[in-house]
Design a protein around this ligand. Structure first.
Ligand SMILES: Nc1ncnc2c1ncn2[C@@H]1O[C@H](COP(=O)(O)OP(=O)(O)OP(=O)(O)O)[C@@H](O)[C@H]1O
Ligand SMILES: O=P(O)(O)OC[C@H]1O[C@H](OP(=O)(O)OP(=O)(O)O)[C@H](O)[C@@H]1O
Ligand SMILES: [Mg+2]
Length: 394
């Protein structure tokens, strides 16, 4: 507790309730200071790792965010949910700030340019779809995925063919590859915007007679227009394929994608402050995303002792909580004497298991079950941070 005290004393505007399930205490902190409370013990020093080229000198750390398209709004929403609101003076201005991260500059760029600029050293961090990192990063070792599942922009890069004509009975990549129609003179024509991943996938899967054509959008029209036999494009709901009489095939998914936080390895190792800033962003993302899937459940239960109540709770499979239940005595005054006949139980429960958990609580004598949303779950250290340090050789 003493470690946290300096932060709590400065909190003029209590806004958050932080609970540490294993220690059972609650405190309130202002929105601005809450991250410091949780990460102050794990700052990391810059390491002089061996790396070929030197990066250009500058004082700020640069984060690239999508300037337009479907990722733009969701990315800003995620940052806002993590108390990292981006302050952009007007929508046509491409540079912005996140007041909580004073050494960081936000640059709005097209997703593919974010990847290109990470590679050229003009950006240090970026948020884009994994499909864009894979296509434009082309396996470059300087790119490191810091968070691989930001839980939006879900889609897959998938091969699709017409439902009709010679493809009517073709339902897998193997069947497509074995069609006698494809020869050196008349190869399978695939329209795609993924001209790196497409040929790589076909080669890895042994499809020999294939040629690619490129287009920037509305690829689904290409087969019906007679421009291509198949397309390789992003699919999410599948509506665009269906509406254009196309189908996916078994074994035809090149990549499952969602939004990711990506960094330049060189920047993380060489740029002063880059690793600490990445740590803070990662911690905030992890804490928020982990909390999204959980509810806090509070209930009262009659019992002889905290241990006895905890044993009853732990006998139920869905009531284990994060590390175990928090069990606190509820004191009341009876005949002039203070007694604790009831205990309050606090646990985190996965949203999917909510009703099952309520049933199990009732079965062991729980009453007055309260459910509230969770805002953040900060663990001692995030597994992704450990993974990042190990990828960096630190
Ligand atoms: N239908 C979809 N559903 C969900 N996510 C998608 C979908 N299509 C693309 N994405 C994700 O969003 C990212 C950006 O897609 P978006 O369509 O906004 O830009 P773009 O296709 O690169 O550019 P543009 O459409 O302007 O040419 C993609 O890289 C992918 O990660
Ligand atoms: O499976 P669905 O949910 O139908 O989504 C798939 C469509 O979404 C993307 O296109 P987008 O809307 O970005 O248009 P674009 O072709 O202009 O990029 C993608 O290129 C597909 O065409
Ligand atoms: Mg698009």
């Amino acid at each position: 507790m003493s470690l946290l005290q300096p932060y709590f004393q400065q909190c003029a505007y209590p806004a958050f309730s932080i609970s540490f399930p294993s220690h059972s205490f609650y405190v309130s902190v202002s929105k601005r200071t809450f991250i410091s409370c949780c990460s102050s013990q794990s700052q990391t020093a810059i390491v002089d790792a061996p790396i070929d080229s030197k990066i250009a000198e500058r004082d700020e750390i640069r984060l690239g965010l999508p300037s337009k398209g479907r990722m733009a709004a969701d990315t800003l929403d995620l940052l806002k949910d993590c108390q990292l609101s981006v302050k952009q003076v007007n929508p046509r201005q491409y540079v912005a700030q996140i007041p909580q991260l004073s050494n960081l500059e936000v640059w709005f760029q097209r997703p593919k340019d974010i990847v290109r600029k990470l590679l050229s050293g003009d950006l240090d961090l970026g948020i884009v779809g994994l499909d864009t990192v894979s296509e434009y990063g082309q396996g470059n070792e300087d790119l490191i995925i810091v968070h691989d599942a930001l839980e939006y922009g879900d889609c897959r890069l998938s091969l699709a063919i017409p439902k009709y004509g010679i493809f009517e009975n073709i339902n897998s990549l193997r069947e497509l590859a074995e069609m006698p129609e494809w020869t050196v003179e008349k190869p399978l024509r695939v329209a795609t915007g993924f001209t790196y991943l497409g040929p790589k996938f076909m080669k890895e899967h042994g499809l020999k007679h294939v040629i690619f054509s490129t287009a920037d959008g509305a690829l689904e029209a290409a087969p019906a227009m007679g421009i291509a036999d198949a397309i390789l494009d992003l699919v999410s709901s599948g509506t665009t394929l269906r509406e254009n009489n196309l189908k996916e095939i078994e074994g035809g998914v090149v990549l499952e994608s969602q939004a990711v936080l990506v960094a330049s390895r060189k920047a993380l190792i060489q740029r002063k402050g880059a690793l600490d800033t990445t740590h803070e962003i990662l911690e905030r993302f992890e804490a928020h995303l982990r909390a999204l899937g959980q509810f806090t459940v509070t209930a009262n239960m009659r019992g002889g002792s905290g241990e006895e109540v905890a044993e009853r709770v732990l006998s139920q499979p869905s009531l284990a909580g994060l590390q175990g239940p928090t069990v606190c005595p509820v004191f009341c005054k009876r005949d002039g004497k203070v007694t604790a006949d009831y205990y309050a139980i606090v646990i985190c429960v996965p949203k999917k298991a909510l009703y099952k958990s309520v049933q199990q609580l009732r079965a062991i004598g729980g009453s007055g079950v309260l459910i509230s949303p969770l805002t953040y779950i900060f663990d001692e250290e995030t597994p992704r941070w450990r993974e990042l340090l190990s990828k960096l050789g630190i």
